[in-house]
Design a protein. Sequence first.
Length: 229
Amino acid sequence: MTFDIITLFPQMFDGPFSESIIRHAQEKGLVKINFHQLRDFATDKHKTVDDTPYGGGKGMVLKVDVVAAAISKLKTKNSKLKTQTILLTPRGERFNQDLAKRLIKYDNIILICGHYEGFDERIYDLVDESISIGDFVLTGGEIPAMAVVDAVSRLVPGVLAENSAESESFMEKSTDGNYLLEYPQYTRPKNFKGNKVPEVLLSGDHKKITEWRMSNSKLQMSNETSKRD
């Protein structure tokens, strides 16, 4: 899978994408991540990517013509790939595991990171969808882009050890159709300052262990739902 990230700050991605699972995925050739400096698509000598909003107001707005040029070049380059173009914005659909699973069907994902006050409204007409990672304000779309790339990359076959993804949070559903959080896990020591590992996990009875894990996954989800309410 290929990710093309359009951003004003490509250096922000150096740390997150050069470590751990994402680094290994790139080294194996399972995931390719390209960065594109938005200013490279500006046509004036100052490489202007934003301007003041019509009608007045605070801040600067990213220009539609510059973003359109970036998208057009990448789509032409990747014309043989099944591509989805995504705008990262607070107005977008809330990102979750179902959405990550849907995105895995594409060969190429173009992610557009905003900055400044926002986007020219006409940019929304240039993309396939918009995504938000939550109801809060960030300085730009770079951190949401990192989250999307990380979540989707983990679903690419071969990126994780076999079967390891299936037991993670939001990968399994209960009988009522709701996703489950991952069950509690323990390792040595068995007794840490009086806090002991549950006996069922030491029993060797795999059926009871499976039942305990499912029960506790539901309990974790119930507790989390109660906190949100």
